[in-house]
Design a protein around this ligand. Structure first.
Ligand SMILES: NC(=O)c1ccc[n+]([C@@H]2O[C@H](COP(=O)([O-])OP(=O)(O)OC[C@H]3O[C@@H](n4cnc5c(N)ncnc54)[C@H](OP(=O)(O)O)[C@@H]3O)[C@@H](O)[C@H]2O)c1
Length: 330
């Protein structure tokens, strides 16, 4: 593996930097500082979503960097995602245009369907629409194949260079792969040392789909989100405190976070660690000066516990929906 700042290549020839900055749960002020720090550090890949409600703040920083001549647009890789309320073919263009307006961009590098299940909302700002009794309005009529055609149209229109999926299982991806004109370039799913998704990675490799790991450090910050949703004690993966990871980190004079990220990168997985802490933003990028040995990679592989922690049970009724993705093994 080339040990400089690395890219992987999507099937369409586009390069995706193996490290991106995650931005979920970042407020506008936090994300501005974080994106500035990340760009100063060398990050060129930012992951956001319409749902995170921070695209406009990210757009402002990107705009400043490009306008001042410090960066060219083509040096950046920007990913954003269709919200759950956008899972209807007729809404895709609308939501992507809103995201582009927020981001102050003419195109995104990657546009993802964030989740296979849609919510029935009419108000662009109401991301979790409920009925009069407060019950989440799930969409039972959505069809991911027609939705995908609307995603393909966004590539045709030049608004997205590549399109992909997030939180889809292998059967759902397969249906799209079999019928698509433009295949999914990327799959973004939960992945970390305790949930390594080996079979899903193998499936994606077979189809030339690059995998991106969300929650690569165990997503401890999810505790706050779940508490806000009334789920007091979500399970999070304690990968950062794992003694084996610490031992390997010591051997390289690196931190556990760096070893966890390096492990995924050496599996050819893109990682998008989120941080709003400047020192951690730098730390998470400082993983290009060491290589894990085969023996260390094997030890890290042994840590897999098939420990999925993002089960989306914060959203009432989602786990019972016929398109709930996490009922099959991979
Ligand atoms: N597609 C989806 O459905 C989906 C779902 C979840 C996430 N994502 C994307 O994936 C990104 C990453 O996932 P995530 O945010 O859930 O979890 P994560 O990146 O695994 O973990 C982030 C947490 O780890 C802390 N942290 C970061 N670097 C650290 C370090 N070097 N040492 C110790 N702690 C560190 C952060 O704290 P501080 O910020 O306080 O430093 C934050 O609490 C998201 O931000 C988002 O862009 C996508």
């Amino acid at each position: 593996m080339d040990n400089r700042h690395l890219n992987l290549t999507l099937f369409n020839g586009q390069h995706i930097p193996v490290i991106g900055l995650g931005t979920w749960q970042c407020t506008a002020d936090e994300v501005k500082e974080a994106v500035n720090a990340a760009l100063e550090t060398g990050y060129r890949h930012i992951d956001t979503a319409y749902l995170y409600q921070n695209e406009a703040a990210i757009g402002q920083v990107i705009h400043e960097w490009i306008n001042s001549g410090k960066l060219k647009r083509q040096e950046l890789f920007i990913t954003t995602k269709l919200p759950f309320t956008g899972n209807k073919p007729e809404k895709v263009e609308h939501f992507l245009k809103l995201s582009l307006e927020n981001l102050k961009l003419d195109y995104v590098d990657l546009y993802l369907i964030q989740f296979p299940i849609g919510f029935c909302g009419e108000d662009d700002r109401d991301l979790f629409p409920t009925d009069a009794n407060g019950k989440l309005l799930l969409d039972f009529d959505s069809n991911t194949l027609t939705l995908w055609k609307a995603m393909e149209s966004q590539v045709d229109a030049g608004r997205a260079k590549a399109i992909g999926l997030s939180n889809f299982n292998s059967h759902q991806i397969e249906r799209i792969v079999q019928t698509s004109r433009i295949k999914p370039a990327n799959l973004q799913v939960e992945m970390h040392a305790y949930f390594q998704q080996k079979r899903l990675r193998t499936y994606c490799k077979k189809h030339g789909i690059i995998v991106c790991a969300y929650g690569p450090l165990g997503s401890k910050g999810r505790i706050d989100f779940s508490a806000r949703c009334g789920v007091p004690k979500p399970q999070v993966a304690d990968v950062l405190d794992d003694p084996m990871v610490a031992e390997i980190a010591n051997a390289h004079s690196k931190t556990s976070a760096q070893v966890l990220l390096r492990h995924l990168i050496q599996l050819n997985v893109v990682v998008i660690p989120k941080s709003v802490t400047q020192s951690r933003i730098r730390e998470n990028y400082d993983v290009f000066d060491f290589v894990l040995t085969e023996n260390e990679m094997e030890k890290l592989s042994q840590l897999d516990k098939n420990n999925r922690t993002f089960i989306f049970d914060e959203f009432d009724g989602v786990p019972d929906h016929p398109e709930y993705p996490f009922v099959i093994p991979y």
